[in-house]
Design a protein around this ligand. Structure first.
Ligand SMILES: Nc1ncnc2c1ncn2[C@@H]1O[C@H](COP(=O)(O)OP(=O)(O)O)[C@@H](O)[C@H]1O
Ligand SMILES: [Mg+2]
Length: 387
């Protein structure tokens, strides 16, 4: 695309001269000139066209002079850069124009080499400013993205808490009722020993009960330890960001943490392949797995199935989640990685699970692909490159 330049001058032969001088650059699509005879006409052209990058304006013109034009351009916040063309001894006006926001000036009579240099210098400056603006926008976007990833992490931790509380409550119930059993057994043994001739058979029976009970406590303790280990594994708060990690270990931790909700209504089928360790940020990858599994669970009404397959293909490790849930409507699937608001139960919440997952996988130079058929189910495949 050529750089568009608007030349404002009331001298009629200016257009002819410029077109002649720059005809090669115009023909090569490098520069594109438009012309206006005064400030009013120039503003009309600028208002209807935001592609003009540079305005070169004379000062003395009928209807609206160049200084007023430069002032207006500034007032309207047009992004166009302006350069004033003035008699070489007209320092007063040149200074005014610069004060009003002109970027540079050219003196009359026009030296076309200077004219050309000024055009390119100004265009370059405009590009530089645009780049700075773009970088700023990009940085803001990255920050927002990071915040959303964090927000999703907090949300998924929140979701976890309910499940984990339930998971820990079961073994705690076992421990408590075991304490009760121990109490009763101890009383029995005590009473038995108070007899003149203790009933050995009864004591042995009670001891056996205690042994059994001991086993129950052990199992409950192991269970709680597993849950705590899974929690630590999921959060990975105490470890460095990127490292070699076992994908299956992450998946298992999450399944343990989701336990209660899953066991009751959803069958988990695991097809784990042989996988090497993957260089990744385990806490972030776990977050992605968690989001995808949560979505799958939420998509299944009543009973259903989630298949988790892992496999290695060339230099990629893939993890595929296939659920028998309600599937994703094509319209939603088409822009599934955009941030959106969704209504789950009564609350309206921001759907950031998949956008956050997308940005995490991108950061890992991986790929995420979603296949879904409304009413049939959804398949989410994540591929992570091996180093
Ligand atoms: N496995 C799935 N099955 C059906 N719908 C899904 C599945 N995964 C995602 N979706 C749909 O995509 C939407 C966006 O998901 P997500 O980005 O995780 O945000 P949220 O879960 O907070 O809504 C969900 O609300 C849901 O409608
Ligand atoms: Mg979600």
């Amino acid at each position: 695309m050529p750089a568009r330049i608007l030349v404002v001058d009331d001298e009629p032969d200016v257009e002819f001269l410029i077109r002649k001088k720059f005809r090669k650059k115009i023909r090569n699509n490098e520069l594109d000139f438009e012309f206006a005879q005064n400030g009013v006409e120039a503003l009309e052209k600028l208002g209807g066209n935001d592609n003009v990058e540079l305005v070169l304006t004379d000062i003395n013109m009928p209807q609206m002079d160049g200084l007023t034009l430069i002032k207006k351009i500034q007032e309207f916040h047009y992004t166009v850069k302006s350069v004033v063309v003035s008699a070489y001894d007209d320092m007063d006006n040149i200074r005014k124009a610069m004060n009003f926001g002109a970027f540079d000036f050219i003196t009359k009579p026009i030296d076309f080499q200077d004219f050309e240099n000024t055009i390119y210098k100004t265009l370059l400056e405009k590009k530089r400013e645009e780049n700075i603006e773009l970088e700023e926008t990009l940085r803001e976007l990255r920050e927002t993205q990071q915040q959303l990833v964090l927000q999703e992490k907090m949300a998924s931790l929140g979701n976890l808490v309910a499940g984990v509380a339930h998971e820990i409550n079961n073994p705690i119930g076992v421990v408590n009722s075991s304490a009760d059993v121990i109490n009763r057994c101890m009383n029995k043994v005590e009473t038995a020993f108070q007899d003149e001739a203790p009933d050995t058979a009864k004591i042995i029976k009670t001891m056996n009960l205690l042994k059994n009970n001991n086993h129950l406590i052990q199992t409950a303790g192991d269970r709680i330890a597993t849950i705590v280990k899974s929690l630590k594994n999921f959060a990975r708060l105490d470890e460095e960001e990127f490292q070699e990690a076992d994908v299956h270990e992450g998946l298992e931790s999450i399944l343990t943490l989701l336990g209660q909700e899953i066991q009751e209504r959803i069958k988990i089928v695991k097809n784990y392949g042989e996988l090497p360790k993957v260089y990744c940020s385990p806490s972030q990858i776990n977050q992605v797995f968690m989001s995808i599994l949560m979505n799958a669970i939420q998509a299944i009404d009543g009973t259903g199935k989630i298949d988790i397959s892992t496999f290695q293909e060339n230099n990629d490790v893939s993890i595929r989640f296939t659920d028998s849930g309600k599937g994703i409507e094509p319209e939603l699937l088409a822009n599934i990685y955009d941030f959106r608001f969704s209504r789950k139960s009564q609350r309206v919440s921001m759907g950031v699970g998949l956008p956050a997952s997308y940005s995490i996988i991108q950061k890992h130079n991986g790929k995420i692909h979603i296949d879904s058929e409304s009413g049939k189910g959804t398949m989410v495949t994540i591929s992570l490159p091996l180093k």
